[in-house]
Ligand binder design. Sequence first.
Ligand code: GUN
Length: 283
Amino acid sequence: MPQIIDGKAISAQIKEELQRKVAMLKKTQKTEICLAVIQVGSDPASTVYVGNKKKACAYIGIESLAYELPEETTQEELLALIDALNHNDKVNGILVQLPLPDQIHEDEVIRAIDPKKDVDGFHPQSVGALCIGQPGFVSCTPAGIIQLLKRSGIKIAGKECVVIGRSNIVGKPMALLLIRENATVTVAHSRTEDLKEVTKRADILVVAVGKPKMITREYVKEGAVVIDVGIHRNEDNKLCGDVDYDDVAPVCSAITPVPGGVGPMTIAMLMHNCVEAGTVRLE
Ligand code: GUN
């Protein structure tokens, strides 16, 4: 059977490291870290995610300021709040939970966040910095996947990596991070001809397609490492990923489960970025 990559344990380890670091910063440098979390409207999934982020802050010792704005908030009102938080020296990180209601342009909101406080790593300056190997915040899910691989003892340098999915939040930054780790990287997507032929080349296969259990063993090379970014609820209300775990697990060397794989890493890396925002100068 394959190595099960335990995201729950690895994220707990990262959060404990951050907790110690934050306590040390408070004690030795009187530095407090503060994250502003903005939610517009009351999308139930967003409410759960925002709640989990606030809980993680409390656990680590980061102060969180919660802004719960009504569904009908205008773009101008949201931009005014972001501007005030950009200029508030107490606030180190600003997170605007996505998706936003239709009257608000996501891109403009992301661009309004000061890149020094862009703990989600979504600002074009952060993405550009990642692209050319300069310091900046990195999108939390792909950064978490690199940590999962490294902390599970999986070598990345020189490996053939295939990422399925080209989103701005996962696929593209994932490819850039794997290049930074000296992997050979292919990005496949919905328009890829003969997807199986491409994915069968992968030593490390990162799956972010957004379709429940789409990746079966026909897509996977014997002995590959399989990372599943998907999270869905199946017919019996159980969580599953983009990978058909029971079918793929017997043929691979390591695999992330759903739940308990990639999912818990996103918040751990958000906390990591908040601590960086409070301690490292990016200019
Ligand atoms: N919505 C779903 N995932 C995320 C995330 O990582 N960051 C933000 N800001 N919104 C999200």
